[in-house]
Write a protein that binds this ligand. Structure first.
Ligand code: RP5
Length: 167
């Protein structure tokens, strides 16, 4: 049996209920052939696990962490507080406030502890994976090639779309 590659990207989320959104990040990483792991790590419900996860991220070889959370979305910020591995925050669309609460909780970090904050929901999850790929691509030519191919295909698929009948 071939050994599974060590994860380069950690995808963490505050709850299983975030999976519907965060699955888009995982699917994008898979499409780009980037080794990753995905797990529930909650800033509020499992704070010790979060600290351990973030503190060991660099030593475990993670090049980026994608952290998704909704509502009082403290996961990305607290993760960034415990590691210098780049943290990409995905605001999950909450029921109460449609994700504006998640976005503001993630984006307003104090100077000195950065979180790269993405759009609310699916687009943010996909773009977080693409940014993680771009970070890895700086030092990995195979990933750089796959990322460039993804962008070419995306461009082509738009060009190939049937023309709209505009009035
Ligand atoms: C946050 O609370 C999670 O990230 C999730 O988006 C939200 C609701 O969690 P559940 O009550 O669905 O577990 O911590």
């Amino acid at each position: 049996m071939s050994k599974k590659a060590s994860p380069l990207v950690g995808v963490i989320m505050g709850s299983r209920s975030d999976w519907e959104t965060m699955a888009h990040a995982v699917e994008t990483l898979e499409a780009l052939g980037i080794a990753h792991e995905a797990r529930v790590v909650s800033a509020h419900r499992t704070p010790d696990l979060l600290f351990e996860y973030a503190a060991s991220a660099h030593k475990r070889g993670l090049k980026a962490i994608i952290a998704g959370a909704g509502g009082a979305a403290h996961l990305p910020g607290m993760c960034a507080a415990k590691t210098t591995v780049p943290v990409l925050g995905v605001p999950v669309q909450s029921k109460a406030l449609n994700g504006l609460d998640s976005l503001l909780s993630i984006v307003q970090m104090p100077a000195g502890v950065p979180v790269g904050t993405l759009a609310i929901g699916k687009a943010g999850a996909i773009n977080a994976a693409l940014l993680a790929a771009a970070i890895i691509a700086n030092e990995d030519r195979a990933v750089a090639r796959r990322l460039a191919a993804f962008r070419r295909q995306q461009t082509q698929s738009v060009l190939d779309e049937a023309p709209l009948s505009l009035k």
